[in-house]
Design a protein around this ligand. Sequence first.
Ligand SMILES: NC(=O)c1ccc[n+]([C@@H]2O[C@H](COP(=O)([O-])OP(=O)(O)OC[C@H]3O[C@@H](n4cnc5c(N)ncnc54)[C@H](O)[C@@H]3O)[C@@H](O)[C@H]2O)c1
Length: 277
Amino acid sequence: MYSLKGKTAIVTGSGRHAGIGEAIALRLAEEGCNVVISDIGKAKGNEFTDEHIGTTSEMDEIVQACENLGTKAIAIPCDVRITKDCENLVNQSVKTFGQVDILVNNAGVGYLMEAFTEFKEESWDAVLDVNLKGAFLCSQAVARQMIASKTGGSIINIASQAAKSGFPFAAAYTASKHGLIGLTRSNAVELGTFGIRVNAVCPNHITTGLGHWQNKFFSDKLGLDYETYLQGIKDRNPLKRTGLVDDIAKAVAFLASDQSSYITGEAMNVTGGEEYH
Ligand SMILES: NC(=O)c1ccc[n+]([C@@H]2O[C@H](COP(=O)([O-])OP(=O)(O)OC[C@H]3O[C@@H](n4cnc5c(N)ncnc54)[C@H](O)[C@@H]3O)[C@@H](O)[C@H]2O)c1
């Protein structure tokens, strides 16, 4: 539909089953795009537990699923907090596919939630380092390559409804996602001259691995059972449902393609009408 045949996309944080990144990778593969599945690959440091991290075997399975759709895919582990990892991610992708046309900054941490007065400095740093600095480092590495090859490209940042509105217990997450919109707009203005478009997608709640953890966290805080809490989310949404990973993947495919060739600096809500501005 979007003719991404022959293009190459890197999707960070795409190595976890049922995640938004996996859905984006599969959707881009369906459009004929070569895909680089990238994730931290294993637990690193004290702040990440295996529960929240895409593993190397999941990455390999997602590569296989992309290839089953008839395109080429590879897995490259990358901790987006580390400059060398991000540079290696781009260099290895170029070595394999010739160039990178699309970067999706999807890696994110959304489970470090604490009351603001108790919010730990290390939690703040962990969230900001992945959600904001990670997007900065990957965008910088890929923009250098896109500028050098004079091919232009599309960078898509997976922000959140929390990039537009405030949420309790989520000071770091909300600040990081608001910051990601700032990075999107600044990069759009600066990189447009090189034919690089930069946009963000802002989902509301989706029950991924992370979304499931958030459902449990907020239903406990509100003293509701899980299903009642989830029903409340659906009831306040104009379309009376929660988002699906493929809702986000479809928006990303559009922003990656020439169908959106005059769109840059945009922060597109994909929230079933719940978020307006
Ligand atoms: N699920 C939701 O409701 C929702 C809503 C709005 C925005 N988002 C955003 O969508 C993105 C994907 O979230 P998801 O719900 O699919 O969660 P997820 O936990 O399934 O995916 C997050 C991925 O990021 C990876 N990651 C974490 N730290 C990393 C690091 N240092 N380097 C590389 N990768 C790292 C994880 O391994 C995981 O694969 C995130 O940026 C999240 O903030 C999610």
